[in-house]
Structure formats: C-alpha cells, structure tokens
Write a protein that binds this ligand. Structure first.
Ligand SMILES: [Zn+2]
Length: 276
C-alpha cells in the first residue's frame, strides 16, 4: 500500500512539474544583478539562483533544472565572475526546478555540495530528474556554512520537502547590515496529502513549524526559491529606475508568509473534512 501511495504521489508530482514546465519564465535568461552587498541574482526569470561572492570563491544557492545550467553560467559571467570559482552549492529544496543541475555544477567546478539531512537521499538519487550529486556535507537545522568571511544559516523549514531549507545571511550595504532571508518554499503543491499521509505522517506539523520559523526570522531583504514569491520582475524594474532598494521589503515578506500560512491552513482543513 505504501508503494502504491508513493507511486500515486510521484505521478501527481510529475504531472505538476509537467504543467509548470510550460511556464516560459522557468528557462528564460534574466539579467544578472547585485541584490545588496556581496549577494547577487544569477537565476532565470523565475527560478532563483543566488551567488554569494567571497575572496575565497563563490557560493551558489540552487542550480535550476539541468537544462538551465548554461543560462546560470552566462549570468555568472555577465557579472564578470568565473563559473569555476564556485566552491559550495546549496539548495532551497530537493525538487528538480531548484536542484536538478547540482550534479552538473559539481562536475564542472568541483564545488562541495551541502544539503539538509531530509533532502540528502533525493539529491544523491540518480533517478530521472534527480541530480545524482555527491553530498559532501549533511546539514542540520541551524548549521552554518562559511566561506571567505560570509556566513549563511540553514533554517529547516520542512513540509514542502523533508529537508526544505530557508537560508539567512547578513550582507553589508552602505555601511548598514541587512538581514537577507531566502524562503525555501511555504507552498502546498497540488496533490500533497496533509491529512492522513502515511508516507509523511508529520507533514502538516512540519508546515506549522515552517511558518513559526519564517515568522521568527529578522528580515530586511525578502527573497525566495522562485522570483514569483517576492515579485522579482517588478522589483528589478524598480531597482533599475533608482531610489531605495526594492528588495528591502519586510512588510511584503510578512504579508507573503501570512497569506501562504492561510492557504496551508485552508487546504489542511479541507482535507481533514474529507473534501476533494
Ligand atoms: Zn518545490
């Protein structure tokens, strides 16, 4: 029964991916730009990839799909940086739109791959659409990743996947310290079972923990695994026009987290009542 449920779940997940792959923003090149301090955006028009530049090489958060790796590489080079300076690769969570290219980047650059415990098996898997990367370091809630004077904190925000990770770091801009938060994912995908999930019994409690964590973090720069979470395109346009940094948006962050929490609670309630 467990295997049947798992197979059904995988089919639903694959269908969701197939639908979402029609989103043209997923594979479209987006101008690479500095967000603040040593934190840069090198992702596509929706699939976020972050680069943290340090004197000892760079950290990447997310790879996007394997087919997007050349696009990410072009973005890194647009900034005048060197792809082979990638020393560490991290992920938001183990779904193909964020991690499928991790194995390729590891092969190309020799970067060390560090992944939250609950997502390690998925990242190491060589199944279709999985990165087949070697995880060099297994992370746990609250662990830090350090390189060249930069420190990132891995906050476990599970539910969307078991090892879903929200990354936090401080960057310095104009003599001011800014708290950047990169949300792993607060979303309940279509087909996710919140009530009576035999394969992942604690999924709903994990989402509850995630919202508690997200609400507890100090935030200046509101970022996430998809550009759509934080309004990448509109904010990028505002940034080009000048004025205050539009990515500094704690109010937008709070509104987003609250809206996502209600969506989760509504879905959970619906499932508990046995509604389709
Ligand atoms: Zn996902």
């Amino acid at each position: 029964m467990k295997n049947i449920l798992r197979a059904a779940f995988v089919l639903v997940a694959l269908a969701a991916v197939a639908t979402a792959q029609t989103n043209p923003d997923w594979h479209a090149q987006f101008p690479a730009f500095k967000i603040a301090g040593n934190l840069y955006y090198v992702g596509t028009a929706d699939l976020a990839v972050y680069l943290i530049r340090t004197p000892q090489g760079n950290i990447l958060i997310n790879s996007d799909f394997a087919e997007d790796v050349p696009t990410v590489r072009r973005s890194i080079e647009q900034l005048g940086f060197t792809y082979s300076d990638t020393k560490i690769v991290l992920i938001s969570h183990a779904h193909g739109d964020h991690d499928e290219g991790v194995g390729q980047i590891q092969k190309d650059t020799g970067a060390r791959v560090m992944v939250m415990e609950g997502d390690v098996a998925e990242v190491q898997s060589t199944a279709q659409g999985r990165p087949g990367a070697k995880v060099d370091r297994t992370l746990h809630d609250g662990d830090t990743v350090e390189l060249g004077g930069s420190t990132l904190v891995a906050h476990l925000t599970p539910g969307h996947t078991r090892g879903c990770t929200t990354w936090a770091m401080q960057v310095e801009e104009g003599g001011k310290k800014l708290n950047a938060v990169i949300i792993g994912s607060p979303n309940v995908n279509q087909g996710y079972i919140l009530a009576g999930n035999k394969d992942y019994p604690t999924i709903a409690q994990d989402y509850e923990k995630t919202f508690k964590v997200l609400k507890s973090l100090p935030v200046d720069l509101f970022l996430g695994a998809h550009g759509a979470y934080f309004g990448l395109k509109a904010k990028y346009e505002r940034m080009k026009a000048g004025g205050p940094n539009p990515f500094i948006d704690p109010a937008g962050y709070r509104a987003y987290v609250n809206e996502r929490e209600s969506a989760f609670r509504n879905e959970w309630e619906k499932q508990k009542q046995g509604k389709p």
